[in-house]
Design a protein. Structure first.
Lengths: 173, 162
């Protein structure tokens, strides 16, 4: 019970600072679940991240898997709820407020400011997570190739994930 | 459920193209707000779209509808992982996928950054945020707290130009 409660409270607290969504939150999740609470080891975290990326559904499934690891199906549901409820309540009221604003300059300014924060946090997250889960030069090379291909071609991300899986199966990574 | 590689393209197809619940412009405006506020983007979007049509109940229904399937699938995958993660092939596969996954997140960040380049001073906020979080290892709450005033100040100027 105490584990569930701590899972719920700690994830809830992150919900409101996660500008840029779950992507931006991954390093904090790693810190919490691996370094601080030792709910799982860093290899399992990396694997859960991979599963959540490859599975259909939103990317917050990493959180769901951590919850499941801690406390089964209930843990999965509690973790998913915890990460989503504070921000859901906030957006519920905030979207009415922003859409109802009379001053378009203010409206734009809020969106620009939050947008810039989101960009910074997502990039910071990618940097930190790469350091945690990539083992060896081949993995970094694959990460960089992914960035290049995703930026300069219109390949569907699923092809890239399949390519990564294939390279991994043949022991390249 | 069919949200391979992210749920957004699929959400757009259903909401705008097939069911015509929202116009494309309305959807973009909504998405814009949902992607920048904190929290899981897709959940935020479900709350926005749901509440637009049926208030609190709609928001709850949309969010649950979106989450239940993926949660079930991912738990199933978690169980498979427990049984087969000892196999080198599975370990290798997951290593490959996670290396690509990190790259996809970084590329999302870079794509989002393109719109910051229209007002270069804003890059100060981006660079500050990256360094504070990654290099100086400041907590996420602190980074947001410290960067917000500058972000708002620059955004106020940027809004004047655009």
């Amino acid at each position: 019970m105490t584990v569930l409660l701590s899972l719920f409270l700690k994830l809830s607290a992150f919900s409101l600072v996660a500008f840029g969504g779950i992507n931006a939150l991954l390093p904090v999740l790693f810190n919490l679940s691996v370094t601080q609470e030792q709910w799982l080891n860093s290899q399992t975290f990396a694997d859960y991240f991979a599963i959540a990326q490859a599975a259909p559904g939103p990317n917050l499934m990493t959180v769901t898997l951590i919850g499941w690891h801690v406390s089964g199906v209930i843990g999965a549901v509690v973790a998913t709820l915890a990460i989503a409820w504070p921000s859901s309540i906030m957006i519920f009221f905030l979207q009415r407020y922003i859409r109802g604003m009379k001053n378009p300059r203010k409206q734009k300014a809020i969106q620009f400011a939050a947008g810039a924060l989101a960009v910074g946090l997502v990039l910071a997250s990618a940097w930190q997570i790469a350091l945690q889960i990539n083992q060896g030069y081949a993995a970094y090379f694959l990460t960089i190739m992914t960035i290049v291909i995703a930026l300069f071609t219109r390949w569907h991300p699923l092809y890239l994930i399949a390519l990564g899986a294939a390279l991994g199966i043949f022991g390249v990574i | 459920m069919s949200g391979f590689g992210g749920v957004l393209p699929w959400a757009r197809r259903t909401i705008v193209e097939r069911e015509k619940w929202l116009s494309s412009d309305e959807f973009n405006a909504m998405l814009g707000i949902c992607q920048i506020v904190p929290g899981p983007n897709v959940v935020n979007l479900a709350v926005c779209v749901g509440s637009r049509f049926a208030g609190v109940r709609g928001a709850l229904a949309a969010t649950l509808g979106l989450m239940l399937g993926p949660i079930a699938i991912v738990i199933l995958l978690g169980i498979l992982y427990e049984h087969y993660s000892y196999m080198p092939v599975v370990q290798g596969m997951l290593r490959g996928v996670s290396a690509v996954g990190v790259g996809l997140i970084a590329s999302t960040g870079f794509k989002m950054m393109r719109s910051e380049l229209s007002y270069p001073p804003m890059m100060i906020v981006v660079i500050f945020t990256v360094l504070a979080a990654s290099y100086f290892h400041l907590g996420l709450g602190w980074v947001v707290l410290i960067a917000s005033p500058l972000a708002l100040y620059l955004a106020w100027k940027k809004a004047d130009i655009s």
